[in-house]
Design a protein around this ligand. Structure first.
Ligand code: NAD
Length: 532
């Protein structure tokens, strides 16, 4: 059955020129600093508002609510949200299922235009979106700006990719036939993002799903629900028909799980932790009554990413890269360089320079744009401090090692470094997801690569070396989805560095790359015999 959409008032847009990454903002430029402060003030006046669920375009309020709070100032409420449960998850899936009957046939121009128009609107309010990220998840200005830029890149890149995919042809036309190949949407997707890139990852997974003709239930992290609500507002403003993206707020174990288990959900696009990802993988594999497909899962998980510093490296550049990768956004990135593996001849010099570098890292309210802000929550702070205590028994503490007390009771932790950590230590194996750097000594480059590969993860990695032979070996032997040579292991750029990891780091879906949209489609071939 083909139904028509309630509204398709999306102003038509087509990509212009070649894809280019959104430029980063230089906040040292007086005008930009001024604009950012104005946006912080504007958004500051909007804190504490209530946001509904959006199911099939309907605003839904529930008796049960939850608040998101500023991690730098926990007394400050950022947004009040509805605690959705199993019932709301079901209603959201039904709304998306109904809308799919029409949206799957919506003209490609509509779907592409929706992404491009959304990008235009977000670009116009770039500083405002940065400010929401500062308040809700504690990013400093540059980290917030990089995330908004990545969100814009995803919207633009996937719009172009959808057009490219639509032009696909079978490699061969069989004699006497007309052979077609087309990529169809899958159906209803559950999009479940993490809190640490609550705009870019939520937008990226959602955009890839809807531009290929799927409909979505977006269930953001309860740590960052407001940013997702602002994003859905912009989609609506850009002309998105009701029911294409349904906003469901709620916790993971009940609300998120209800989506994963729902028989009408066709695929799950998840980015988050390894344990939750594996649980989703297992639950999605089990068919439920009424389910007529094998659910697809796109799972991008954690990391224990290493930076190898060879004895012939430029040590100052390596130190700069390691500090940025380990402590950028308080180490709360899947790509964070949480391990430095340093060759013996330069080990002591490297430690001294790292120690000095860490002393210069300012830690305070991200509104003031320090180098490092808080971690996301009290629970996260407890967990990270627990790892720091473990580290004190496993390695030699050379910097930091405790919480930072502030007037506003923000969830701050000192940038912390452990040296002389053995390969099997917990702090060398497990994802800590906080500002903790573990340094391991390697006798030579071969051993360094062996240590680097010696965890269950395989997301990002970097090597600093001036030797082409070392770099070539790393290309072949360093088993990660995203390898960087003579630069830090964070900061993947859409298009240039398609992103996704090996092993327990995920299904290597390569967000921002030429294969990504395929995960959201199923290919159909049609062969028509031509009359003789
Ligand atoms: P998380 O796994 O705790 O939660 C992620 C999302 O899953 C949230 O929306 C949460 O509400 C939901 N969820 C939790 N339990 C669920 C369940 N049982 N069923 C369904 N949904 C459930 O992760 P997080 O703390 O939000 O994010 C941090 C993690 O994400 C880190 O491990 C980090 O490495 C990883 N991450 C990976 C990438 C990547 O591209 N590989 C990018 C960013 C973050």
């Amino acid at each position: 059955m083909q139904t028509t959409l309630a509204s398709t008032q999306i102003p038509h847009r087509m990509p212009r020129g070649r894809f280019e990454n959104e430029p980063f903002t230089d906040f040292s430029h007086g005008r930009h600093g001024h604009e950012m402060r104005a946006a912080l003030s504007l958004v500051g006046d909007q804190l504490g508002r209530e946001y509904p669920l959006i199911l099939g375009g309907e605003r839904v309020l529930l008796p049960s609510k939850f608040e998101s709070r500023n991690p730098a100032k926990p007394a400050e409420v950022i947004g009040v949200h509805q605690s959705g449960g199993v019932g709301e998850a079901g209603a959201a899936v039904e709304a998306a299922f109904t809308t799919f009957t029409a949206w799957q046939y919506a003209p490609l121009e509509d779907r592409v235009s929706l992404l491009l128009r959304t990008a235009e609107l977000i670009r116009e309010r770039k500083f405002e979106f940065c400010a929401w990220l500062v308040y809700e998840v504690g990013k400093n200005w540059a980290e917030a700006d990089a995330e908004v830029a990545e969100c814009l890149d995803f919207l633009d890149f996937y719009a172009r990719e959808a057009l490219r995919l639509a032009g696909s042809e079978t490699p061969i036309q069989y004699p006497g036939e007309r052979d077609d190949l087309s990529y169809l949407p899958l159906g209803v997707g559950a999009v479940i993002p993490p809190w640490n890139f609550p705009l870019a990852i939520a937008a990226g997974m959602t955009a890839a799903a809807i531009v290929t003709g799927n409909t979505v239930v977006l269930k953001p992290s309860p740590e960052a629900p407001t940013i997702a609500a602002r994003f859905v507002d912009v989609l609506e403003e850009a002309g998105m028909p009701a029911g294409v993206v349904n906003l469901l707020q709620g916790d993971g174990p009940h609300c998120g799980n209800a989506l994963v288990e729902h028989p009408k959900v066709r695929f799950i696009a998840f980015t988050g932790s390894r344990p939750v990802g594996l649980e989703i993988h297992e639950k999605a594999a089990k068919p439920r009554p009424g389910q007529i497909w094998i659910k697809r899962t796109i799972l991008e998980l954690g990391g224990k990413d290493a930076i190898v510093v060879a004895s012939d490296a430029n040590v100052d550049e390596a130190v700069e890269g390691v500090l940025a990768a380990a402590f950028g956004y308080s180490g709360q990135k899947c790509s964070a360089g949480s391990r430095a593996i340093v060759e013996d001849p330069i080990y002591d010099v490297f430690l001294e320079k790292i120690r000095a570098g860490v002393e210069s890292i300012s830690v305070s309210d991200p509104k003031e744009n320090p180098r490092m802000g808080p971690v996301i929550s009290e629970a996260a702070r407890r967990k990270v401090l627990g790892y720091i205590e473990t580290g004190k028994t496993e390695g030699r503490l050379i910097a930091g090692g405790g919480p930072v007390a502030t007037e506003d009771d923000g969830y701050y932790i000192e940038p912390t470094v452990f040296a002389d950590v053995p390969q099997g230590a917990r702090i060398a194996q497990e994802e800590i997801f906080g500002p903790v750097l573990t340094i391991l000594r390697a006798a030579n480059f071969s051993e360094a690569l062996e240590i680097a590969n010696g965890t269950e993860f395989g997301l990002t990695g970097a090597v600093y070396s001036s030797s082409p032979a070392n770099l070539d070996r790393a290309r072949r032997e360093f088993h990660v989805g995203n390898l960087y040579l003579n630069r830090k292991c964070t900061g993947a750029m859409v298009g240039a560095h398609p992103f996704g990891g090996f092993n327990m780091s995920g299904t290597d879906s390569k967000a921002g790359g030429p294969d990504y949209l395929l995960h959201f489609t199923q290919a159909k071939t049609v062969a028509e015999r031509l009359s003789r």
